[in-house]
Design a protein around this ligand. Structure first.
Ligand SMILES: CC(C)(COP(=O)(O)OP(=O)(O)OC[C@H]1O[C@@H](n2cnc3c(N)ncnc32)[C@H](O)[C@@H]1OP(=O)(O)O)[C@@H](O)C(=O)NCCC(=O)NCCS
Length: 176
């Protein structure tokens, strides 16, 4: 398979981000959570306007992974100001809001490369921690984050469509 290229997103990338977001969310959660919730969640949370807002927000940064031919989008990571119910969250924290890869492109190191872009960005901005919330039953993603050094900090409830799901909150100390 062709090597993926990772680049920082710019306004105009919202169409590609919305496309991967919906495809990867469906792939990741079909058979795991309610189908109705998946469709509703994708309509609202993976609308291109959602990505447009992040792309024009100075506090957020988005990276996309693309493959040839023709730079097809296969994954992305969204970094934002934190919105997590955790004591002590402050301006020197950032949240990995979303990271998704199409199934065929998982397991080849692209996820780790996206996380490394986010980490370098956070360190360059003088941040203290990277935080994230992940569905408590998403053992594969939790294993991936733990492999990168993330540790359990708490829990939260996360609304997807009509239902609420239990997430764990993980964090990585950036040593600054
Ligand atoms: C989670 C995800 C982003 C990981 O990206 P990836 O490209 O598949 O992972 P990588 O190949 O970069 O793996 C990086 C490291 O994590 C490890 N890892 C990956 N999956 C793992 C698992 N299930 N358990 C333990 N470790 C795991 C890898 O072994 C690798 O470690 P190594 O360098 O020592 O070999 C990707 O699989 C994905 O998009 N999954 C579906 C969507 C999802 O669940 N997103 C998270 C929602 S919060």
């Amino acid at each position: 398979m062709n090597e993926a290229t990772i680049r920082r997103c710019v306004p105009g990338d919202e169409h590609a981000l919305s496309l991967i977001g919906q495809a990867a969310f469906l792939e990741a959660f079909a058979g795991v959570i309610s189908g109705r919730d998946i469709v509703g969640h994708c309509q609202r949370q993976h609308a291109k306007e959602k990505y447009e807002a992040w792309l024009s927000d100075a506090q957020s940064a988005v990276w996309i992974a693309e493959v040839d031919p023709g730079r097809a989008p296969v994954g992305y990571l969204v970094l934002t100001a934190p919105d997590l119910p955790l004591a002590g969250v402050g301006p020197r924290d950032l949240e990995v809001k979303r990271i998704y890869l199409l199934h065929r492109f998982q397991g080849g190191g692209i996820g780790a490369r996206l996380m490394s872009e986010a980490r370098a960005h956070a360190i360059a901005r003088g941040c203290r921690r990277l935080l994230l919330g992940v569905y408590g039953r998403n053992a594969a993603a939790i294993g991936f984050y733990e492999r990168l050094g993330y540790r359990h900090l708490g829990t939260r409830q996360f609304k997807v469509g009509e239902n609420t799901y239990d997430d764990v909150v993980l964090g990585l100390d950036l040593g600054s």
